[in-house]
Design a binder for this molecule. Sequence first.
Ligand SMILES: Cc1cc2nc3c(=O)[nH]c(=O)nc-3n(C[C@H](O)[C@H](O)[C@H](O)COP(=O)(O)OP(=O)(O)OC[C@H]3O[C@@H](n4cnc5c(N)ncnc54)[C@H](O)[C@@H]3O)c2cc1C
Length: 484
Amino acid sequence: MTSDAGGLRLAIVGGGISGISAAFYASRDSRFSAVRLFESSGRLGGVIETLHKGRYLIERAADNFATLIPDALKLSRDAGLEDMLVAPREHGRQAFVLHHGRVQPIPAGFSLMQPTRVWSVLTTPTLSLRGKARLLGEFFVRARHEQSDESLESFASRRLGREAYENLVEPIVSGIFTADPTTLSMQATMPQFLAMERKSGGLIRGHLAARRADAAAAARKASGARYDQFRAPELGMNAWLEQLAAKLPSGTVSLNSPVAELSLNSPGDRANDNQTSWNLRMSPDKSEDFDAVILATPAAVSSKLLQNVSAEAANFSSTIGYASSAVVAMVVNRSNVRGRLDGFGMIVPAKEQRDALAISFTSNKYSGRTPDEEVLLRVFLGGALRPEVMDRTDAQLEEIACREVREILKWDGRANWMGVIRWPEAMPQYTVGHCDRVAQLHTALRRLPRIAVCGAAYEGVGIPQCVRSGRQAVENVVGTRSVE
Ligand SMILES: Cc1cc2nc3c(=O)[nH]c(=O)nc-3n(C[C@H](O)[C@H](O)[C@H](O)COP(=O)(O)OP(=O)(O)OC[C@H]3O[C@@H](n4cnc5c(N)ncnc54)[C@H](O)[C@@H]3O)c2cc1C
């Protein structure tokens, strides 16, 4: 069914940032005559949501996004919303790591897993002499040339040594992906470092090669200026989402509209594309037909919707697992904290055997989150390695978070505000082989007429990757790949 106007009628299922991005770009694309976005809940944004509690602004999930992958920034520009964005504050652009119970700075220039400054490695208290020597010895570690995927733990301990892996890489990665690094796919999560090993022979060699090519950019990346590569909406994520939604043509969004079933109205023969259409069933007595469909839902939901139309695609989607976590947000008086608060947050290695994965000093990063004399802390708990956290009551989680902040940051006093934010099955886990499975999923979908998937489950969990996947899905449903 192609509409009278000649363009395709497109349905997008799922109103998180991936679905919103797909709707934004499709609604400006003359190949589509109508774009509809179906969201099961009563609001757009999915996991992204801002809470306003009196004088406090608290992000339930993402509090900013990176710009090195430029797609979220580009979306903001394309929508005329770049003015809403601010960079992190200049003051306190550093992060800490817990080491033998003490809060220590992460060595300057240690970027995810790449050491870029010899002096900061030599002087860091977070590694023993032997650990430092092994880390700098990365320069001499032979490159692995096999193309097959490997786990992040395998890559990092092979290249940097066990100590640097346990003391620095593991907590950084656990904080970002709430994942188990022994099963996390290197190819899916840090392909830039795999490429560096293949091209330059290693991470230090890769940094030196980049510095030769562009000294200024490499130095910027290795210093605190990398915080410049982040942006947040000054008034919070909801304000940004609301403005994005306002750019969609009226009638695009249907809230409280869970899609329960997806089916093809006639056989999905590619040669007969013009005769096939998709039927979306919202409830027993409500369904609509479309020419093209984008599923921007979590993998388990997409898998269920695909079951009727491609068992193969449904199976690939169902293999993507999710981890649960909880965030305890708490606002405390700065004067009651004796530990270091002069940074953006801290990470906790598993070997420290504590409950917290990380503590973000959220209001230090962006202004307008709390009054200056208070600080908003977000204590991250759970993740793939500690799923039992979800069995605890809210009161127990608050108690755990208070204990962690007391002991780690030397806080005494009472929280001025506290809230528990639960994320059951919210963080996709890219296990070894993930990229191959996603490629097979896309191949299975290409055998069907005009259907694509996008979202955090597939090609990156960050907001920029989600935006990119939404835009790419718009290209995929019409059968041509994006040139950008
Ligand atoms: C605690 C936490 C902190 C994070 N911090 C950051 C950060 O600082 N920076 C960053 O870049 N990223 C961060 N992320 C990751 C990022 O926010 C997410 O990966 C991204 O927002 C996911 O967007 P999405 O649209 O793919 O999925 P979702 O947000 O999950 O959206 C999917 C939507 O589909 C809807 N839906 C489900 N089933 C149906 C159905 N049957 N019919 C219709 N609709 C349906 C859901 O209601 C939901 O709205 C964080 C994530 C978490 C959980």
